[in-house]
Design a protein around this ligand. Structure first.
Ligand code: CMP
Length: 171
């Protein structure tokens, strides 16, 4: 995506109504899964999500800390920041016109946060197996759970604004 395409998308994004965010979610492919980006993007579309925006983007330490600020007191916070800044993520804005909110449909497609508990065929199950040979690497804190998904409409709005404006400022 070049600068003009980004600016065009940003203008479109600014015009989204609050209702439109019901059908949109903020998602990411985490750094250690980016090597399978092409397969993953194809898979996401096959699961019924339209990719409105995608960009490989390097999170700075500051952006990662802001993005995950709700977890700042959690024991896994520093590891999460290290993992999310270890290489570029793929920033995704997805759309799904189904009967349930898009953030929910995406989190169902992802499966449980812990890949060991993610149902067979969910994205975390499939790509944890492909990339790391199973859930042990996540359990040992050596791998991520491959994907992020906003957990409510307010988070979709916050996270997509935070990251898109960080990208805009970095240009
Ligand atoms: P994500 O959807 O990106 O949002 C918060 C992240 O914290 C989560 O995925 C995991 O990558 C990470 N995390 C690590 N350990 C835990 C845990 N015990 N509970 C919840 N999230 C965790």
């Amino acid at each position: 995506m070049n600068r003009i395409e980004f600016r065009t998308f940003l203008e479109e994004f600014k015009s989204f109504s609050v209702e439109a965010f019901e059908h949109i979610t903020y998602a990411m492919i985490k750094p250690d899964a980016v090597c399978l980006k092409d397969d993953i993007l194809e898979d996401i579309e096959a699961r019924g999500f339209k990719i409105l925006f995608q960009l490989e983007y390097q999170f700075t330490d500051g952006l990662a800390r802001n993005f995950y600020s709700e977890h700042k007191e959690k024991p896994f916070f520093e590891r999460l920041i290290r993992q999310m800044t270890d290489g570029p993520v793929v920033v995704l804005i997805l759309q799904n016109e189904g009967s349930i909110p898009c953030f929910k449909a995406w989190r169902e497609a992802l499966g449980n946060t812990n890949p060991a508990n993610a149902a067979e065929g969910t994205l975390r199950n499939v790509y944890t197996n492909k990339l790391f040979g199973g859930p042990e690497m996540y359990a040992q804190e050596k791998a991520t759970n491959c994907f992020h998904g906003a957990d409510c409409v307010a988070a979709v709005i916050r996270e997509s604004n935070l990251v898109l404006y960080d990208i805009a400022m970095s240009e």
